[in-house]
Write a protein that binds this ligand. Sequence first.
Ligand code: COA
Length: 145
Amino acid sequence: MTPETLAKLHDAAFSKDRAWSADEFRALLDSPYCHLSTAQNGFALWRAIAGEAELLTIATHPDHQRQGIGTELMQQWMRTAQDSAGTAFLEVAADNAPATRLYAQFGFEVVARRAGYYKRDDHKVEALIMRAPLPFTVSQKSPGD
Ligand SMILES: CC(C)(COP(=O)(O)OP(=O)(O)OC[C@H]1O[C@@H](n2cnc3c(N)ncnc32)[C@H](O)[C@@H]1OP(=O)(O)O)[C@@H](O)C(=O)NCCC(=O)NCCS
């Protein structure tokens, strides 16, 4: 995927947060530490440094969500990351139920919180820092459990 395609898909998927520009994606892709995992209508961008893998962003086009693409992307990046990292972490807005449920299925647990980190129209939302051990295991729990 080109930086322009990534920026378009990111803009379509993130309705509440600032869209990342093609130039921002280009700069990240130029970094030797950043990696891109792709699927049709979705992508995950992550980096691995000093034994830790960080998910920078993940997006599925809104017309194709809830069809297993996010799961496929999580499997892709975590499988690759586990060759060089023993831990995976990420940051997510506390009001992002689809993402937090997806991450929980891959063993991510909240290890820290940043109050008021994400701005919404009339309020602020905390950021959750989530961490999972690698190699990963997929939880068999249903989201509501
Ligand atoms: C988070 C995101 C990548 C998930 O992608 P997806 O392709 O829809 O994911 P999947 O179809 O593989 O869903 C996997 C699980 O995620 C959870 N999930 C996904 N969409 C959900 C929704 N709308 N409501 C509740 N849970 C949801 C469910 O647990 C789901 O498993 P299930 O379908 O067996 O119940 C997608 O919703 C997205 O692009 N959101 C906007 C961008 C974003 O917020 N990215 C994360 C930023 S940290």
